[in-house]
Design a protein around this ligand. Sequence first.
Ligand code: FE2
Ligand code: FE2
Length: 172
Amino acid sequence: MKTYICEICGDAYLGEEAPSECPFCGARHGFIKAGSEAKPIVNEKIELSEISKKNLEETLALETNANAIYLCMAGKAKTYEIKAMYKRLAKVELEHAVICTKLMGIEMSEIKAEICSDEDVENFKETIKLEEHATDLYHKFALEAVEKNIKIFFTALTQIEAGHTRLIKNYL
Ligand SMILES: [Fe+2]
Ligand SMILES: [Fe+2]
């Protein structure tokens, strides 16, 4: 076994080979490096520009909200597969929120519970709306970022959330 490190969330993956996506934040294969070579973006302590601060704050709010909504959807899911899938999505979005707090050097605040539908199909439609909105927003934030590590972060998030949309569309 070897140690691999995700350059987006900074978490270590222990395995024979690098995974196709980071199991913690969902970042694509290209962001997962051999332990000795990885330079996680969260380790770069830089002074943030005003625009990046504002965009990271908005991202933090969006990601914590998604975490709460997906936990609700997991609770309402009609099959174990859907429940497990939403629990994982909730964890991935929480990881995105944690990365935001690390980049801003702040503490994570308490997450408020959210409501959702009793029906899986309604929840799938709502999830696609949320993920498409996030994808568009992070694409814009990636273009606006002046710091290299923030640009990389939003580029990775854009890909991850687009992947979530594709995942949910398979269920409709
Ligand atoms: Fe990661
Ligand atoms: Fe996310």
